[in-house]
Design a protein around this ligand. Structure first.
Ligand SMILES: *Cc1c(COP(=O)(O)O)cnc(C)c1O
Length: 448
């Protein structure tokens, strides 16, 4: 097995020198995972290594790389120095053990699950999920024999009761959309750990700036970096980050017990020695990523790192603006109801105090008086807000699910789906708050 461990080191090494390990959060956003040196011509931003493969020095070098006697880059699906710098930065930011960057949040969700389960297995998850994730769980994974057991994740007894001997994880989103349920990560992780399974959280809506999910007990963090993490609405990107230390050889993960015939008979939960701390990440890179291929491009990694530099600043402004917008709307005569976890009478207020660093996040959801027609009018009359299906951009964004994403449903079905006809969803940007409120105000007036 020693040979395989050597290869693990090879593919898991971060080719860029590390910097930033003892820095605080906002400094890490800028410095972690990369330092300029002679190889990078002194470039202070991470060079874009636009290459598929890496030159072998001579036949002996090639033989050593293939014979796993020496470490080095081989092929960019497995690893690329630009992407490696982003992976090191995200690992540092979360104070985790290892990260694998992927082509999208969607592939990150998919790989995070198929990395520990196969046909006949299941996981327990929330009944409110990002739309694409919902479809994956409802329609795609079951076709391959992996079942999502959907429960109300605020009902801890239901969560616990849903776990059986084939359950491999609890999976949830740190804040759901559009329901804005704030997950009680600590309690969910305690339930998971009592059953010897991990808690996987999709922390896209919180980002590491307002929730350090590992500190609350999560074992795996999944990101759509497309949203606030990169933050400028320019790229599709994802990542899976492992906290480290979970015992994948505890008998609950057949994929980590039996010899992996696709990888020299490796028993992922047992044969990694010192690297068993990151068995999950090593398997994710070596099995799903290497063979299914949703790797991130170096150009995307560069864009994500550019955006990340201002994550702290942006999230401060997003959250501050969202609170002011929510306060404004909560007092407006044309607003029927409002959900924003940062408002004192919001059902998620207590959880937001604990899990969102006292902010309410950046999303505001409200019911407009006049139902579906008013919702449509409101959206059509917005001037600065962009009408898009995205969230987490510098720009303020709005959508009316009843006439777009959920337009195939009738009013009754809309209510059942947690998205009643009058519901408007706002992703509050970082523009000047006066402009945000002015736009909301004139669009609301237009519905009269
Ligand atoms: C957008 C999103 C995803 C999917 O990410 P993509 O990068 O669009 O593939 C997954 N989860 C959440 C919570 C999201 O908002």
């Amino acid at each position: 097995m020693l040979v395989n461990v050597a290869e693990m080191q090879l593919i898991s090494q971060n080719p860029s020198p590390k910097k930033g390990e003892n820095m605080k959060f906002n400094s890490k956003l800028i410095h972690a995972g990369y330092d300029s040196d002679a190889n990078s011509e002194g470039s202070i931003t991470v060079p874009i290594y636009k290459t598929t493969a890496y030159q072998f020095n001579n036949t002996e070098h090639a033989a050593n790389l293939f014979g796993l006697k020496e470490f080095g880059n081989i092929y960019s699906r497995l690893g690329n120095p630009t992407v490696g710098a982003l992976e090191a930065r995200l690992t540092d930011l979360e104070e985790g053990a290892m990260c694998v960057a992927l082509s999208s949040g969607t592939s990150a969700v998919m790989y995070s699950l198929i990395n520990i389960m196969s046909q006949g297995d299941n996981f327990v998850t929330a009944n409110q999920l990002y739309g694409g994730t919902y479809t994956m769980f409802d329609n795609i994974l079951p076709e391959y024999g992996i079942n999502a057991k959907k429960v109300d994740i605020t009902d801890f007894k239901a969560v616990e009761d849903a776990i059986d001997e084939k359950t491999r994880a609890i999976y949830c989103e740190t804040i759901t959309n559009p329901g804005l349920v704030v997950a009680d990560v600590t309690t969910l992780s305690e339930i998971a750990h009592s059953k010897g399974i991990p808690l996987i959280v999709d922390a896209t809506f919180t980002t590491s700036a307002i929730q350090k999910s590992f500190d609350f007990g999560a074992d795996i963090i999944v990101y759509s970096l497309t949203k606030w993490m990169s933050g400028h609405g320019r790229v599709i990107a994802g990542a899976v980050i492992e906290k480290g230390g979970f015992d994948w050889g505890n008998g609950n993960f057949p994929l980590y017990d039996k010899p992996d015939t696709s990888y020299g008979g490796m028993r992922w939960g047992h044969d990694l020695g010192d690297l068993s701390n990151v068995a999950y990440s090593l398997r994710l890179r070596t099995v799903p990523l290497r063979n299914l291929g949703a790797n991130m491009s170096p150009e995307t990694a560069f864009e994500v790192m550019s955006g990340l530099e201002t994550l702290g600043l942006r999230m401060d402004r997003h959250c501050e603006n969202a609170l002011k917008a929510a306060e404004y709307l909560s007092n407006h005569e044309l607003v029927e109801w409002i959900r924003f976890p940062g408002l004192k009478d919001d059902p998620a207020y207590d959880l937001s105090e604990k899990y969102l660093k006292g902010t309410g996040g950046t999303m505001v959801v409200f019911g407009i008086k006049g139902g579906k027609d008013a919702g449509q009018k409101f959206i059509d009359n917005l001037k600065m807000f962009r009408h898009v299906a995205n969230v987490g951009d510098t720009r303020s964004l709005a959508i009316h699910p009843a006439t777009t994403t959920h337009s195939q449903l009738d009013d009754e079905q809309l209510v059942a789906a947690g998205s009643p006809p009058e519901l408007v969803r706002l992703s509050i940007g970082i523009e000047d708050i006066e402009d945000i409120i002015e736009d909301l105000s004139q669009a609301l007036e237009s519905t009269k």
